[in-house]
Write a protein that binds this ligand. Structure first.
Ligand code: MD3
Ligand code: FE
Length: 182
């Protein structure tokens, strides 16, 4: 699977996204599938082309689609695979994933490389949160009530895995962005 991610990144290079309020994100991102998640001064959205190359995103590799088929409990395929890369100091603040058309579809996440402290709460920002360590190979299925739970990554245990030659962590999130049948 790391080879498949390398070939995605060759055709769709990692970006350092800018938040709508002008602060660069610490996580590097690229995507595969019909839609890629992007952010810049115009806001968060899904786009059908890479913002730097103008090309469509690469297809989602079969090795990654297999994980969705095994756990997502829906015949509808994902149309976005967001690839997040965390180096030593990267983190992701508490947020909800709400840019997709139908929250009936789950989000499936695959963690690779260094372990991370993942925080998850409820559907209100003020709900109490719990922390869990995500290790390389862990798959999370976020469906039902959990689909709209606030979540984030507090820190990376840099050097905690030898999977990636330069260290760090990759997280793949598989989503259905468009409604079923579109
Ligand atoms: C819980 N990524 O890309 S993956 C994201 O590790 C994102 O890169 C984190 O949050 C990462 O949006 C967390 C686990 C995850 C993904 C989607 C979720 C947890 C989720 C959607 C709803 C609730
Ligand atoms: Fe998220």
């Amino acid at each position: 699977m790391t080879e498949d991610i390398r070939s995605i990144a060759k055709r769709a290079p990692f970006l350092q996204p800018m938040t709508p309020w002008g602060k660069p994100m610490t996580v590097r991102m690229t995507s595969a599938g019909r839609f890629g998640w992007v952010t810049d001064r115009r806001g968060y959205r899904y786009e059908e082309a890479h913002p730097k190359t103008g090309q469509p995103w690469p297809e989602i590799p079969p090795s990654i689609l297999t994980v969705w088929k095994a756990v997502a409990e829906t015949p509808t395929p994902p149309d976005c695979c967001l690839v997040n890369y965390y180096s030593e100091k990267a983190r992701m603040g508490l947020h909800q994933d709400k840019d997709e058309a139908d929250f009936g579809f789950p989000v499936v996440s695959i963690s690779l490389g260094d372990p991370a402290t993942f925080r998850i709460g409820g559907s209100n920002r003020k709900d109490p949160t719990q922390s869990v360590t995500l290790e390389s190979g862990d798959v999370l299925l976020m469906g039902g009530e959990a689909r709209l739970a606030f979540h984030g990554i507090d820190r990376i245990k840099f050097g905690g895995s030898t999977l990636l030659p330069d260290g760090g962590r990759i997280n793949l999130t598989l989503r259905r962005v468009a409604p079923a049948g579109v």
